[in-house]
Design a protein around this ligand. Structure first.
Ligand code: NAD
Length: 492
């Protein structure tokens, strides 16, 4: 045990006292990385930054462990526990890596520059500049899809960023406290305590589960007089929730939600949103369509991803991208099709896989290997060129030089053989409330579909192991213990 503690302590010491950084080298290529999400951070983690002058640009100066974001909406987990500052991540890099807190507004692939702007709160204005690149990695993710449905942007909460989770947490308690206010009308209490979630994908399902837990485990005990009025409704346009999971797990989720008293409305397509109600169209078993209205206190919109403007703008500049709809079409090496020296990873790239954290992080890892290899290849080729040039100048050393060239050539042959990106699916996990989870995982070359309390423990340990740092892991464990022992913090 003492050895273990000493090892962890040494690791923390090393992390907090890294070797001094080396200044940017004008002879090296400039690699610009846009974004600090799963794709970009996985790339950074494994990239040998000594080979390039690396510049990271993102409006978010931290990495966010998104799988646990739904837990932040109710205070099961505190938001800072799943954030890792990008500055801390970069500290462990030996070479100098620059970070600019800014948003890319456009990319000019002809001039090889990225236009960025920084909307500074302290300065109170927006500064704009251009950052030139030799190589560019786009990992800017996606934005929330609204399908142009009126009222969605104005009235609903999304669940993508930490600010979204904080807003939801505030709004839940606002609804609850307003419903508990003196002389509140019964129909207003019902509206305020009706929490509507649109989108039955993993985000909507996990959030609905967390919300019902919060209510059952905490709010009900603290404010018992309104407890029988609280309702969660999950609206999904398709015939079932969690379409990417197996049939057995869909049924398990739906029956668990029934027990938890979460109302699932399938075949229900939201068409309009106002400040107090959601208007939807339900398709009945006979195919007839009917209009329904759901008054709500809180509305959370989780209907998937849409392409960000900066990505749309780049796609419009590249003729080969004209048929791509869901993001930047990339080839098997994640190179943006029709562009030179631009790669894309994660939700902004279309590589034939679902837009998940798992895909993005594998893509980031792949690019790190690719770039490390490219740098090594260039270095070996340069060495071979130099040695070949000196062969005639130093005839006495010819045998030694030839042997050296052969050795470099052998290394080169080995390096160049990098295989195209291949995604290896490890499985899908989702929390469904009341300490139950569902898992579709690869198991000894087969598939295992399981749901329940044991799967919940598996879900927790899998997510814990995936947390970015030991610090994050300890904070998350602490939050789980804290909310179990003392209940969630309901202050606004
Ligand atoms: P999603 O795309 O998976 O699901 C959105 C759902 O919203 C769809 O089922 C769609 O039919 C429904 N929808 C769309 N418009 C609607 C409307 N007007 N009315 C009613 N329903 C409507 O979105 P997500 O859950 O945000 O997930 C995005 C991606 O991230 C997916 O690839 C998902 O697999 C991944 N993800 C995975 C996990 C996990 O594995 N635990 C968690 C979160 C996200």
């Amino acid at each position: 045990i003492l050895g273990g503690i000493a090892y962890v302590g040494y690791g923390i010491y090393q992390d907090r006292h890294p070797a001094p950084q080396i200044e940017p080298d004008p002879s090296k290529k400039t690699l610009v990385i846009l974004g600090t999400g799963w794709g970009s951070v996985s790339l950074l983690k494994r990239l040998d930054t000594e080979n390039y002058n690396v510049i990271v640009i993102s409006p978010r100066n931290y990495f966010l462990f998104t799988p646990l974001l739904p837990s932040c909406t109710t205070g099961t987990i505190e938001h800072r526990s799943i954030m890792e500052p990008i500055r801390t991540i970069l500290r462990s890099k030996r070479a100098n890596v620059k970070y600019y807190e800014a948003e890319a507004s456009s990319i000019d692939p002809e001039r090889k520059v990225v236009k960025v702007f920084d909307a500074s709160e302290v300065r109170g204005d927006t500064a704009e500049t251009e950052v030139p690149y030799d190589m560019l990695v786009i990992g800017v993710g996606a934005e929330n899809a609204t399908f142009g449905i009126p009222g969605v942007r104005e009235h609903s909460c999304f669940l993508k960023e930490i600010g979204d989770a904080q807003l939801i947490r505030k709004k839940i308690m606002d609804c609850v406290e307003t419903a508990a206010f003196k002389d509140q009308k019964p129909e207003e209490i019902d509206r305020l305590l009706h929490m509507v979630v649109v989108g039955g994908g993993p985000t909507g399902v996990e959030f609905a589960g967390e919300l019902q837990d919060f209510f059952e485990e905490d709010i009900k005990k603290l404010i018992p007089d309104i407890s029988d009025r609280f309702r969660v409704t999950l609206i999904e346009a398709l015939p079932n929730v969690l379409p990417s999971f197996s049939k057995q797990l869909i049924e398990y989720t739906e029956s668990t939600f029934k027990e938890e008293k979460i109302d699932i409305k399938t075949k229900t397509m939201v068409k309009n949103v106002t400040d107090k109600s959601v208007e939807a169209e339900v398709t009945g078993p006979d195919g007839k369509k009917e209009k329904v209205v759901f008054p709500y206190g809180l509305l959370v919109w989780a209907t998937g991803n849409a392409v960000r403007p900066v990505v749309k703008d780049l796609m419009a500049r590249i003729p080969a991208q004209k048929d791509s709809r869901r993001g930047l079409a990339v080839n098997e090496y994640l190179v943006v099709q029709g562009a030179r020296d631009i790669w894309a990873v994660g939700d902004c790239a279309v590589a034939g896989y679902a837009p998940t954290a798992q895909v993005a992080s594998q893509e980031g890892n792949f690019l790190a290997r690719l770039f490390n290899n490219m740098a090594k290849t260039e270095m070996l080729e340069e060495n071979i060129r130099e040695l070949s040039g000196s062969l005639n100048l130093k005839p006495g050393n010819a045998a030694e030089i030839s042997r050296q060239i052969e050795e470099y050539e052998r290394q080169l042959r080995r390096i160049k053989d990098i295989k195209p990106f291949h995604y290896s699916h490890q499985g899908s996990l989702a929390y469904i409330g009341s300490e139950k989870a569902v898992a579709d995982v690869s198991w000894f070359n087969g598939n295992l579909a399981t749901g329940g309390s044991l799967t919940f423990l598996f879900w927790r340990s899998a997510y814990l192991s995936m947390c970015f740092s030991t610090r994050n892991r300890l904070l998350v464990i602490n939050d789980w213990l804290k909310s179990k022992l003392f209940g969630r913090d309901v202050s606004r």
